[in-house]
Ligand binder design. Sequence first.
Ligand SMILES: O=C(O)CCC(=O)C(=O)O
Ligand SMILES: [Fe+2]
Length: 315
Amino acid sequence: MAIPVLDFSAYELGKENVSEADLEKLTKELRKAFTEVGFVYLKNTGINQEEVEKVMSVSKKFFSLPENKKKPFSRGNYTCNVNHGWVSLETESLNPRRPGDLKEAFNTTSLREDINWPSEEVADFRDTKVSFFLRCKELALKVLRLMAIGLGMDSEVFVNKHKHIGSFENGTTLRSLYYPLVDSTRVKENQVRCGEHSDYGSITLLFQSSEDGLQVQNLAGEFVSAPCIPGTVLVNIADLMQRWTSDVYVSAVHRALLPPAGDSRTRQSLAFFVQPENESIIKCCDGSDKYPPIKTVDYFTSRFNDTYGKKTNLV
Ligand SMILES: O=C(O)CCC(=O)C(=O)O
Ligand SMILES: [Fe+2]
């Protein structure tokens, strides 16, 4: 099944009063997408392409700085948050069986003003990231609400464990990704831009630049292309949500391949990785014991250790 495109206008940002009929239609469509594919494109969410491009533009300015200017902002340097900051090229292997991913990233996990931001290097960096973070948070809460209704539960069941997004009690992260141009003479065997993986948390909102590369694995095990559809948000279920819903909502494996030989274009994406509160205990929401209860922070620590090849000083 192809990744569906849903019209979110009935419940777009700023609209709270959605009619019963629209609500039912949207929740049904969303449930179908998340149970059968794990991914959905949402159009007319209220987050427009201009906003997305502005975030990509400040991100690109940062990634284009020389290495020594980016280093002070490295992930691992921030005592207030282990995940915040810059990740250099080939540092992560989202598929640990492949060489390091050919990508750079900047994680905005802390919104605090008093931490080290590259404001001198890129004016507007913090403000642009923080305001986009908060827009994504609003949209994510709306999606989480519909997802609970779609399972016949109280609308706030998931939202209640995501009340502190943007504070130190919650690790939700806006990640800017930059895939530099690929020098085919230096690519390692089996190296890709972003290795096969599924996301860790509850849901992810993804915004891509126009260059192709993202592929999603369907239930038949085939990778299908998930191109950028301008003006839409690609939303996917992540692993902790699959576990929370006892495998009703599925977290699909995805990856970003290298461009075809001779294609010298860079690529960018923005991923808003939503996760429950650090101290929340996640139990199967159907009351079953399919998976034992787990604390969000414990789950993430183990996933990050895998991604960074057990270099625990990074987490
Ligand atoms: O860059 C992309 O399109 C996908 C990135 C991704 O899946 C991730 O960082 O988890
Ligand atoms: Fe991902």
